[in-house]
Design a protein around this ligand. Structure first.
Ligand code: ATP
Ligand code: MG
Length: 567
């Protein structure tokens, strides 16, 4: 039966509807108890978080029921596809934590699909239509009104075969003819109204070169590919529900009407992932990249997996988010804030803590001896003592955040303001004594006095002070550039907006702070390490970072402040 064991049962609240279907199929002994799924991306762009939802489903089902999930590159349209995308797709699937069984290509089935199409023509089940695409569209009818038969519908089989060969030989021009399945122009399912199954594309294919000029359409390639490979459960998104009868029809035709219940891949559909404040269409994402509106597919503002990776998201947090939203039969718009919450929760457990000052102002500890340096111990991760500690130097001149000092502060301001005491994290309690300003009234230096008995760990450290600030010793830290990312779009659902998506981009989605400071410890980290700059947020080192020019990306702030700020 199923591979479900008791620990999994207690971990998982309930089965999703796809798991229920799979368990029923297993109980009924379908496919000899075999489970085989596939993830079928078209290599025409980078994978985004929507694909991650499909990946978690396709690979997850195989994992859970002792089956296999293969990677199939759905490369049936040479116009938009490229090997660059193939490599990126593989990298992203592995990063998410999954491993395919085999790698297949829909283009490997071009001959089989061609032979199948020839068979359909010979059986009078397909014909060459020489009308324009507009004429064909005009004859389609509406869901409540039957379509009109093409004048080419009943042309002789021999003529169909001859023209089909011309579609592939280069003798027929692109757009001059298509092959259509001869089904039923009155079928209430519009996909049955003589669907186009082959078209001419005069472009080199990245794998098959110039061998083919006639290319199968999605509906004529997908189900058949599933069948050729032995897929048992072909899981896809809801927009394919109306395609399912056609999927079944072609598979049954392929099986020549024999053993129809046996080894027939079963298409199951779930709801797409849509995220607020972004777009998921590859066409639009490609436009953002091509038009330089973002800095490449892995721009940390992009909803692509490589973008999130570069931004510092962990694969675990993406999987956690997908678990949270679940799989249903209803399309919805998922809240980006929920994804961020999943990221925070995961990074809180694993990020290494350190200090950075993003908008610095100098704090001078006036009673601390000049030239003296003390080494303080900083805990790397309070959530995981095994991560140990590192050293942070303390001295007379420190950097603190500008916003941590206010000359005239409101009552509940628990940071530095003349007369007020705060704790400097891992160091001493200090009392603010004043500040110096330039001619424009800008604070240039803040002054304080420290209490030598209040060092962390000393008896005098017990005194209650309300605020704890982070700081860096001016002589012991490093300059850095910090990139702050925000929502890529300023409207919640750009896809539903009438305006062009380019007009909806958030002009403040990237803020570069070039005068920041970080602990020396930060420079020992690598790109993609999970970091927390204390009191600020989660960060990671960017791939642009160099020893003499450190660059960090903000992954996510510590709290969800976005709504407040933007209202
Ligand atoms: P586009 O139409 O923008 O090119 P696509 O959906 O056709 O995107 P594919 O590469 O064909 O992209 O998708 C591969 C698989 O990922 C398909 O099974 C598809 O259903 C699934 N998928 C794509 N986008 C989403 C999404 N937003 N949510 C869930 N699954 C998705
Ligand atoms: Mg597609």
């Amino acid at each position: 039966m199923t591979a479900t064991n008791s620990s999994e049962v207690t971990e998982k609240k309930s089965l999703n509807f796809v798991e229920e279907i799979v368990e029923t199929d297993l109980k009924e002994g379908k496919n000899g108890g075999r489970i085989q799924t596939r993830f079928p991306p078209e290599p025409n762009g980078y994978l985004h978080i929507g694909h991650a939802k499909a990946i978690c489903m396709d690979f997850g089902i195989a994992q859970r029921y002792g089956g296999v999930c293969n990677l199939r590159l759905d490369d049936t349209n040479p116009v938009k596809e490229d090997t660059e995308y193939v490599e990126a797709i593989k990298e992203d699937i592995q990063w998410l934590g999954f491993q395919w069984g085999e790698i297949y290509h829909a283009s490997d089935y071009f001959q089989q699909l061609w032979d199948f199409a020839v068979r359909l023509i010979k059986e009078g089940k397909a014909y060459i239509d020489e009308q324009t695409s507009e004429e064909i569209a005009a004859q389609k009818g509406t869901p409540t009104q039957a379509g009109t038969n093409s004048p080419y519908r009943d042309r002789p089989i021999e003529e169909n075969l001859e023209l089909f060969n011309k579609m592939n030989s280069g003798e027929a021009a692109e757009g001059s003819m298509v092959l259509r399945a001869k089904l039923d122009m009155a079928n209430p399912n519009m996909h049955f109204r003589d669907p186009i199954i082959y078209r001419i594309i005069n472009k080199e294919h990245h794998r098959t070169g110039s061998k083919w000029k006639a290319y199968p359409m999605y509906d004529f390639a997908h189900g058949q590919s599933d069948f050729f490979e032995g897929v048992t459960h072909s899981i896809c998104t809801l927009e394919f529900v109306p395609h399912r009868p056609l999927y079944d029809y072609f598979v049954d035709e392929l099986k020549e009407g024999k053993d129809l219940a046996d080894n027939r891949p079963r298409q199951i559909e779930f709801n797409r992932l849509n995220l607020t404040y972004t777009v998921m269409s590859k066409r639009k994402l490609l436009a953002l990249v091509k038009e330089g509106l973002v800095n490449g597919w892995d721009d940390p503002r992009m909803p692509t997996l490589c973008g999130y990776r570069r931004r510092g998201y962990s694969p675990e947090s993406i999987r956690r988010f997908i678990d949270m939203i679940g799989y249903t039969k209803f399309d919805a718009l998922n809240d980006f804030a929920m994804l961020e919450a999943a990221v925070r929760e995961d990074l809180n457990a694993r990020a290494i803590r350190m200090s950075a000052v993003l908008r610095p102002v100098k704090l001078i500890v006036t009673n601390y001896p000049e030239g003296q340096v003390e080494e303080m111990e900083a805990i790397n991760n309070p959530e995981n003592p095994a991560e140990g500690t590192h050293v942070i130097e303390f001295s007379r001149e420190l950097w603190i955040e500008q916003e941590d000092f206010m000359e005239d502060a409101p009552k509940k301001y628990f940071r530095l303001t003349p007369g007020n005491e705060v704790r400097l994290k891992n160091a001493y309690i200090v009392k603010c004594t004043g500040c110096k300003k330039d001619e424009n009234g800008q604070v240039t230096e803040v002054y304080c006095e420290y209490d030598p008995d209040s060092k962390s760990g000393m008896p005098g450290a017990d005194r209650r002070v309300k605020g704890t600030l982070h700081w860096l010793s001016c002589a012991h830290c490093l300059p850095a550039e910090v990139r702050l990312y925000d929502r890529l779009f300023c409207v919640e659902n750009p896809s539903a907006d009438e305006r062009d998506f380019r007009e909806l981009l958030n002009p403040d989605s990237l803020k570069v702070l070039s005068n920041c400071f970080v602990e020396k410890f930060a420079a020992t980290r690598k790109p993609l390490d999970y970091l927390q700059f204390q009191r600020i947020g989660y960060f990671t080192m960017d791939k642009d970072s160099r020893a003499d020019h450190l660059v960090f990306n903000r992954t996510v702030g510590l709290k969800d402040t976005w709504k407040k700020i933007n209202k």
